[in-house]
Design a protein around this ligand. Structure first.
Ligand SMILES: Nc1ncnc2c1ncn2[C@@H]1O[C@H](COP(=O)(O)OP(=O)(O)OP(=O)(O)O)[C@@H](O)[C@H]1O
Ligand SMILES: [Mg+2]
Length: 340
């Protein structure tokens, strides 16, 4: 369990003081895959670096299983850090060492016997599917393979927590997918808590259970990923979700003065997605409904999405159909020329 309590971080620079984190409060449960998303400069990396004390907080405390790591002395901190693995956007591998040596590195500094190191590295090479590359150097690997080495190295000391700072930002979409799958498996198999910093909503959607949105160094929204997707509250999350909301294609005009037609955006979550609300509406109110466009995503086995529908019929029937939709557990927006 990680509790981040009233954490602030200020840097002193030649140009004065820079606030990187402003009174951050987060609770992360054991076994969570917890996402932190925000725009560049929001403070994501700084927050992650405070969790393993690569940075010291200016104010507040960070409790890991009840122990305030901001107060640990050097030797206790060294022990705690062994239980926190970290992976990076640019992998941070030792370029003059082989894959095997890179993974063995954190074990060597933990003064573990050569025999035990060999056993552990062999296991880890299997976990990340790089057994055949054990003698290769990082320069001979693809980006995805390098990140697999980074992940194996982070796992070496059997951590309880993995911190991931933009681990897939330098990778193509297919490689990203395979790395996210690996992280998901690691979380499931070993119960490791994973904190994922990213600026990509797709990473949050595909990997995380919970999410915090950071805007201007403050947490502005946090909760279940599914709730964020179905009901984003802040400017930042709406901006990140922009591409997942169905938009009216260019060339389709909304005539919001014509009572015989209405164009509506229907957003839904979970089981609503499977209810035949359109066909029921058509039958009940003798209207026509054309689906103009739509976008449905699967998030943690739930469907979240939106459809844009054009409803046509008599003035009364169109009004009744809209009323019917509004009374269901669906979010309805009647599109006007100003909300396209
Ligand atoms: N060592 C430092 N010295 C001075 N200012 C810093 C330092 N590290 C970070 N900052 C400042 O703190 C703020 C937050 O930076 P941080 O790197 O945490 O952002 P981020 O959300 O990770 O951004 P990005 O998405 O670009 O990686 C920024 O204004 C940054 O300039
Ligand atoms: Mg960063």
């Amino acid at each position: 369990m990680i509790d981040i309590i009233d954490v602030s971080k200020k840097f002193t620079t030649a140009d004065g003081e820079v606030t990187a984190l402003n009174n951050i409060n987060l609770h992360i449960d054991d076994g969570d895959i917890f996402g932190i998303i925000g725009l560049s400069g929001a403070g994501k990396s700084t927050l992650l670096r405070c969790i393993n004390r690569l940075e010291d907080v200016t104010d507040g405390s960070i409790l890991i299983n009840g122990i305030d790591i901001t107060k640990l002395n050097k030797s206790s901190l060294r022990e705690t850090r062994k239980k926190i693995g970290m992976i990076f956007q640019h992998f941070n591998l030792l370029m003059n060492s082989t894959v095997y040596e890179n993974i063995a590195f954190p074990l060597k500094i933990s003064s573990i016997s050569d025999q035990d190191i060999k056993k552990r590295v062999t296991e880890l090479l299997e976990v990340v599917e790089l057994t055949d590359k054990k003698d290769a150097y990082p320069s001979q690997l693809s980006g995805g393979q390098k990140q697999r080495v980074g992940i194996a190295r982070a796992l070496a000391n059997n951590p309880d927590i993995i911190l991931s700072d933009e681990a897939t930002s330098a990778l193509d979409p297919t490689t990203t997918e395979s790395i996210l799958k690996l992280l998901k498996n690691i979380n499931k198999e070993y119960g490791i808590t994973i904190i994922v910093v990213t600026h990509e909503m797709s990473v949050i959607k595909d990997l995380c259970d919970k999410v915090a949105v950071i805007e201007n160094n403050v947490v502005v929204e946090q909760g279940r990923v599914i709730d964020l997707f179905s009901n984003p509250k802040t400017k930042t999350s709406k901006r990140f979700l922009k591409d997942t909301v169905a938009k009216l294609p260019e060339g389709i005009l909304v005539n919001d003065n014509n009572p015989n037609e209405a164009i509506v955006r229907v957003s839904f979550l979970g089981e609503d997605a499977n209810k035949p609300f359109i066909s029921q509406m058509v039958k009940k109110f003798d209207v026509d409904a054309n689906i103009i466009t739509g976008n449905i995503e699967n998030i943690q086995h739930m469907q979240v999405g939106s459809l844009i529908i054009k409803i046509t019929g008599s003035k009364e029937n169109v009004a009744s159909a809209l009323d019917y939709l509004e009374r269901r557990n669906l979010k309805i927006e009647v599109m006007k020329n100003d909300n396209i």
